[in-house]
Every structure is written in structure tokens, then in C-alpha cells.
Design a protein around this ligand. Structure first.
Ligand SMILES: Cc1cc2nc3c(=O)[nH]c(=O)nc-3n(C[C@H](O)[C@H](O)[C@H](O)COP(=O)(O)OP(=O)(O)OC[C@H]3O[C@@H](n4cnc5c(N)ncnc54)[C@H](O)[C@@H]3O)c2cc1C
Length: 430
């Protein structure tokens, strides 16, 4: 039997539910733009939870930045095509403030950016500059700064996080750090997973039992670090309760992907966006886009059958290779949904440098979609593809977010500009 096509209309449709797509939906919501959004999990479930603006200045030897703004100023001189150079400081600040405030109000507290980078601990126990951290990780930033007596705890059976590795990597900078391993309540044998532990830790009885175990090995530690497992839905509450039971400040350190802080964000967006009026079609990809005279028509299918969205404007925030926003093939790098022109190294031989760990990075990471100042994709000849189409996030060319430590920065800042552009089109039609 032929299934009936469900039809939605919107002023804006966001293709992608990574950080860029979700930020675009937040900006659209804040401006009263009726919005539809779709996309698979993407990289959001892999992220550490830290929101980086610009942590490193790429170059022969990448430099760690205390101030992302000094870094952006240098980028303006050295690499003006970087998307972060296309926004004013006020615009980037406003974009971050809106996103951090939305996420915090929705139940995952983040620190309000104060203009400087903080030093945060990575899953491997190295340190890195970042711009905003989840509230559950803040005590770690403070403890690292003051070099307090701190114990890092890991769990029997948990892979991808080792307290001994964290201590070994940080010990030169933080000599009063120690490591311990304990068992997680009711998960004493076999392999255990952060996501399962986080959900279990929402139960008060589990918090109490874990607190008892931790108290036994505390010694003279003033602060306790743990892998990011403090609940999936109310992490700040879980952490505060556990901290009160243990009697010491606690903090989370992100684990290897998939990571609980990323899954928290994804689950929160999936819950909150529909409540706020967004037409969210989760875990689905747009198959076809048609630019008609009056509307842009987007086609996709979910478990209930085919869907058509008629939209006035579209933001493409489909990510890079991991999320399928770009594809790398023998013939070159392409954008599979709309067949957009992709800026890329001249030949395949130029994608990578000889050494994998080359400090300059690899040219393939600068590939992506070319846009104008309003973030409208351009053809190879520099013409606007369609005035109703915008692009945001790491699908954009001229930024290596991995080396620049600017994943969230590029996603949030460019989504802000793309929504501004879409809003102008929507208003002009009224
Ligand atoms: C391991 C790892 C660690 C990271 N750590 C950090 C960190 O510490 N700090 C930081 O700031 N950033 C970090 N990031 C980066 C961050 O998670 C995002 O990758 C980045 O912010 C870019 O987001 P994006 O929305 O542009 O792309 P993505 O997150 O890749 O999202 C793209 C979205 O587009 C969707 N999509 C693709 N094609 C279609 C289609 N046809 N139809 C509909 N949807 C489509 C995908 O399903 C996905 O939802 C990390 C990323 C990884 C992988």
C-alpha cells in the first residue's frame, strides 16, 4: 500500500542536527522564525562537551591561545578566509551567549563565556584551551588552575578512561594529583559503559553507594575528578548531590567517544525543541531538495512514511566526512545532497602531508563549501547558488576545526550569521 506523504511548512528548514544545526534552531526560536529541523546524530554524540571558540592558532607550530580574540585577530592577518573572520566580536559574543543561555535554561548548565579561554582536561589527560565548559566540569578547571590536592577516580571494567593515564600526563603541571580505581555499584564485573553508568547514577540509592566507596579512598584529597557519568538529564543535580554525599567538590572529565556530555546535549535538544514548537524530524536525512519558484521543497522519509517540507529558506549544516556532509572519493571531495561546489586541494595527492602527525595539519581539512558574507553557498564561478540557501558549521571551507580547536566556535558563529541571512529573506517576503 502506498503511504501518504506528510507535509510540513516552515519559514526555515535546518538540515543537520549537530551543534551548527541546533544553534541555528536556537537563534531561529529566539527570533520567532517557524523552523523545521532534521538530521542524524552526527558528531554531537562524540564531542567532549567543551565549547571551543578558538583554542589554537594553526601554523608551523600551533600556539595555545589564552584569548580567542587575539587568535581571531591574528587569523584576520594570516587566514582571512576563515569563517570566524567574517563576524564581528559582538556577533560572536552574542551567538555564544544565546546558545549557552538556552542550554543552561534547558537543564545543562554551562559557564557564561568571559572573553578568555579556560584550561580544561581532555579524555587523554592532556590540557586544552576552551571557551565554555559544562558546570559539571568547572571544578576541574579551577582545581587545575590552583593545583589543589586532587584524586582522579576511574572504574573497574570501564574502557576509554584511565585515571593513571590522566595523572601521568598531567603530573608535571599538577604534582598533587593522584589516581584510584573503584567498582561502580552493581557493575563490579565485566565491561561497563559511561552511558549506562550515567543513567544508573540518576538513582539516589546508586549515588549513595558510590559516595560510600569514594569516601573510603579519598585520603587528603580536596577535590575529586571522575569520568563524565553524572547523569544524563540533570547532571548538575546529580553532581551536587554526589558531591554533598562525599563532602568534597567533584568534577567530570570527558571520556573517549561516544561521550555522555554529547549525548546529554542531543537528548536535551530532542526533548526541548518540539516543546518549543520546532518541527523536529530526528534521526533522518534529507534525500532531495528542489528550489521551486515560491518555496524550497525538501524530501525525506521516516518510519511512518514519506515527508515533504515546504520552506521559505534552508540552512545546510550537514557537517563533514563523519556526518556525511562531505564525501571523499577517488575523483575528489563532493557535497552529496545538493552537489555544491567544494573548495579542495588541487589533486588527491595534496590531501595529506607525508607525516600523519605533521604539526601543520593536512590540507584536506580546509575543504568545504564556499560562501559569501551572508553565508550563502557559491558556485565555482563565485555566484550565489540560490538566495534562499545558507550554510553553517564545519561543512564550510577554510577552517581546520580540529587543529584550531574551534569546532563549536565555527558551528555557533556561522549558524548565527546564516539565521540572520535567512531572517532577511523571510522578512522581505512579508
Ligand atoms: C571526537 C570529537 C570530539 C570533539 N570535541 C569537541 C570539543 O571538545 N569542543 C568543540 O568545540 N567541538 C568538539 N567537536 C566538534 C563538534 O562536535 C562538532 O563537530 C562541530 O561543532 C561541528 O558541528 P556541525 O553541526 O557543523 O557538524 P556535525 O556535528 O558533524 O553535524 C552535522 C549534522 O548534519 C546531519 N546531516 C548530514 N547530511 C544530512 C542530510 N542529508 N540531511 C539531514 N541531515 C544531514 C548529520 O546527521 C549531523 O546531524 C568534537 C567532534 C568530535 C568528532
Amino acid at each position: 500500500m502506498k503511504q501518504q506523504t506528510r507535509h510540513f511548512t516552515s519559514e526555515l528548514t535546518v538540515i543537520g542536527s549537530g551543534l551548527a544545526g541546533c544553534s541555528a534552531s536556537i537563534f531561529a526560536l529566539n527570533q520567532g522564525i517557524s523552523t523545521a529541523q532534521t538530521g542524524n546524530t552526527g558528531a554531537i554524540a562524540y564531542t567532549t562537551g567543551y565549547l571551543d571558540l578558538l583554542g589554537n592558532l594553526p601554523g608551523e607550530t600551533p600556539t595555545k591561545l589564552d584569548s580567542p580574540w587575539e587568535g581571531i585577530e591574528k587569523l584576520q592577518e594570516q587566514y582571512p578566509q576563515n569563517p570566524l573572520c567574517r563576524l564581528s566580536k559582538e556577533e560572536v559574543t552574542e551567538a555564544f551567549d544565546q546558545v549557552v543561555s538556552f542550554i543552561s535554561k534547558a537543564g545543562i548548565i554551562y559557564t557564561k563565556p568571559d572573553g578568555t579561554n579556560k584550561t580544561a582536561i581532555t579524555p587523554a589527560g592532556t590540557s586544552k584551551p576552551t571557551y565554555s565548559v559544562p558546570g559539571t566540569m568547572l571544578a576541574g578547571v579551577k582545581a587545575f588552575k590552583s593545583k589543589s590536592k586532587c584524586i582522579i577516580i576511574d572504574f573497574k571494567g570501564l574502557r576509554g578512561f584511565s585515571s593513571r593515564e590522566v595523572v601521568a600526563n598531567l603530573q608535571n603541571d599538577w604534582p598533587s594529583l593522584s589516581a584510584a580505581r573503584v567498582s561502580f555499584p552493581d557493575m563490579e564485573s565485566g565491561e561497563i559503559y559511561p552511558e549506562v553508568m550515567a543513567r544508573a547514577l540518576e538513582v539516589p540509592a546508586v549515588q549513595e553507594r558510590l559516595a560510600e566507596t569514594v569516601k573510603e579512598i579519598l585520603g587528603d584529597a580536596e577535590v575529586v575528578g571522575m569520568p563524565a557519568i553524572m547523569g544524563m538529564h540533570n547532571p548538575d543535580e546529580v553532581m551536587n548531590r554526589l558531591s554533598a554525599l562525599i563532602g568534597k567538590p567533584l568534577f567530570e572529565i570527558p571520556t573517549m567517544p561516544p561521550s555522555v556530555p554529547g549525548i546529554r546535549l542531543r537528548e536535551m535538544f530532542e526533548q526541548v525543541f518540539p516543546q518549543k514548537g520546532i518541527t523536529l524530524i530526528p534521526q533522518q536525512k534529507v534525500k532531495k531538495v528542489e528550489f521551486d519558484i515560491d518555496t524550497v521543497e525538501l524530501h525525506l522519509t521516516d518510519n511512518y512514511g514519506p515527508i515533504r517540507i515546504s520552506s521559505q529558506t534552508v540552512i545546510l549544516a550537514s557537517g563533514r566526512f563523519l556526518s556525511g556532509g562531505l564525501e571523499a572519493k577517488i575523483e575528489g571531495i563532493s557535497e552529496p545532497l545538493l552537489g555544491l561546489h567544494v573548495s579542495q586541494p588541487e589533486t588527491r595527492n595534496d590531501w595529506y602531508r607525508e607525516q600523519y602527525m605533521d604539526s601543520r595539519g593536512h590540507d584536506i581539512h580546509y575543504s568545504g563549501i564556499e560562501v559569501d558574507d551572508q553565508f550563502r553557498p557559491l558556485t565555482a564561478d563565485g555566484n550565489i547558488v540560490d538566495p534562499r540557501l545558507f550554510a553553517a558549521g564545519i561543512v564550510l571551507a577554510h577552517q581546520d576545526w580540529i587543529r584550531g580547536r574551534c569546532g563549536a566556535g565555527v558551528a555557533i558563529a556561522t549558524a548565527f550569521k546564516a539565521v540572520q541571512g535567512a531572517r532577511k529573506v523571510i522578512e522581505d517576503r512579508k
